[in-house]
Design a protein around this ligand. Structure first.
Ligand SMILES: *Cc1c(COP(=O)(O)O)cnc(C)c1O
Length: 462
């Protein structure tokens, strides 16, 4: 009898039948492209990028089964079979009775918070994602983050750094009063906190505390499948459970969810709002009709709903999740071995390089993370995104304050890049790291009044 092989090589759990060429450029060509883009990677043409890690949102590759569903979709205005397939998939995985399709995740947030929140209210979350926070604040309510302290420490190896601080949750409910808290939310995985997972025990406890006070508990479920995989890997009692069962248990503690199907829906666009409460569902549906569309299509075409109905199950496939999360861990191991500072442990969808530590010779207001992101592009054609003082440094009064951390996020589209792309990426990161002393800061020469990082133009310092 042969002994079973335990391969160390990460194998993509798919073979490729449709390819999209990527373009190789020289350093000189990239210099010219970046100068033309005002040294802002957001303003680059995607065709000038070799490996695009700007975001994992809507950038994934779809399967042959998803494409087959799209061709066979039903585009009826009302009662399309594609809607019923989406509804059945969401009900099967989440158990929620009402499923309202939306054009993407933020539309679900808009409907939910416009319906339930108003000035004087406070919404509690482990960490609000930017669009979630913006929608809470847009209706005049406060968005408060209650992640555990370990979740804010880049090098703390806590297995569930996305967990909510339960004592802080209890204290906040006491201080604010349950009547002023329309919702407690849990973001799985915690995107703004580095894609870090939340444990089942923490979801269960946060749900119990909310329900003791009569407060609804919702999941921001964008990366529910990745979160389920981390529970399987790291939480006692879940090693032998299938990801779909773990996901079902996660949703069983919640009264509803918002979802961006551009993440673990494995689709290029779409989302939904789902819930159990009859009265809230009727109120949300009225707004859905006003802002998105008839309830059996919301903001989507029938073919989008088909892609998601299939994609939700593919996101829960063990082979896929093993490959995806293992790829992130592999990059983390290689970076750690080379001494490259990054956020640990690695999360689900992205790697975060710590430019503050790597480029300590560049002061925060000369934007070290921006400099690192640009160096990755110049040296290797890799596009990441700065999460540092260009993104967060400008204060409402116009002054500048360094951000808490200077990070470069490299987010991985689903099923798009292979192991050799990852190995090439590592060569580029290590190449920049070896030449880090030569990197210089930047200054902003032109910027908009809000969200300046999207459109700012910069200049390298001499
Ligand atoms: C992407 C995202 C959203 C918003 O979804 P969109 O589809 O981009 O509108 C909300 N919450 C989290 C955690 C996300 O990652």
């Amino acid at each position: 009898m042969l002994q079973e092989l335990r391969p160390q090589t990460i194998i993509e759990p798919f073979r490729i039948r449709s390819v999209e060429p990527i373009r190789f450029t020289t350093v000189a060509e990239r210099e010219a492209a970046l100068r033309k883009a005002g040294y802002n990677p957001f303003l680059l043409h995607a065709g000038d990028v070799l490996i695009d890690l700007l975001t994992d949102s809507g950038t994934g590759a779809m399967s042959s089964q998803q494409w087959a569903g799209m061709i066979a979709s039903d585009e009826s205005y009302a009662g399309a079979s594609s809607f019923y397939r989406l509804e059945a998939a969401v009900q099967d995985i989440t158990g929620f009775r009402y499923v309202m399709p939306t054009h993407q995740g933020r539309a679900a947030e808009n409907i939910l918070f416009t319906t339930i929140a108003r000035p004087g209210h406070v919404v509690l979350n482990n960490t609000h994602f930017d669009t979630t926070r913006a929608h809470v604040e847009h209706v005049g309510a406060e968005a408060r983050d209650l992640v555990i302290p370990e979740g804010r420490q880049p090098r703390n190896l806590h297995p569930f750094k996305g967990n909510m601080d339960l004592d802080a949750l209890r204290a906040a409910i006491r201080e604010i009063g349950p009547e002023n808290i329309p919702l407690v939310m849990m973001t799985v995985t915690n995107n703004s906190g580095g894609g870090q997972p939340v444990s089942m025990a923490n979801i269960r406890a946060a749900s119990e505390i909310s329900h003791e006070h009569g407060i609804p508990f919702f999941l921001d479920a964008c990366r529910f499948a990745e979160n389920a995989w981390f529970i399987k890997l790291r939480e006692e009692g879940y090693a032998d459970r299938a990801p779909i069962d773990i996901a079902r248990e996660m949703f069983s503690y919640a009264d509803g969810c918002t979802m961006s199907a551009k993440k673990d829906g494995m689709a290029n666009i779409g989302g939904y709002l789902a819930m159990n409460d009859d009265d809230l569902a009727v109120r949300c549906q009225s707004l859905e009709i006003l802002t998105e569309g008839f309830p059996t299509y919301g903001g989507m075409a029938g073919y989008d709903m088909e892609a998601i109905a299939q994609g939700l199950y593919e996101a829960l496939d063990e082979g896929y999740l093993r490959y995806r999360i293992r790829s992130m861990a592999y990059i983390g191991e290689r970076l750690a071995a080379a001494g490259v500072p990054h956020v640990q442990p690695t999360g689900g969808h992205a790697i975060y390089l710590d430019a503050g530590e790597m480029l300590s010779h560049i002061s925060p207001l000369e934007y070290p993370a921006w400099s690192l992101a640009n160096a990755l592009y110049l040296l290797g054609g890799v596009r990441g995104v700065e999460i540092g003082s260009v993104m967060f440094g400008k204060q409402p009064d116009g002054s500048e304050k360094p951000a808490a951390m200077e990070l470069v996020r490299l987010a991985f589209p689903r099923r798009v890049y292979t192991q050799s792309h990852v190995d090439y990426l590592l060569e580029v990161i290590l190449g920049v790291y070896a030449q880090r002393e030569a990197l210089r800061g930047y200054r902003i020469v032109q910027q908009g009044p809000v969200l300046r990082h999207f459109t700012a133009r910069l200049e390298p310092l001499a």
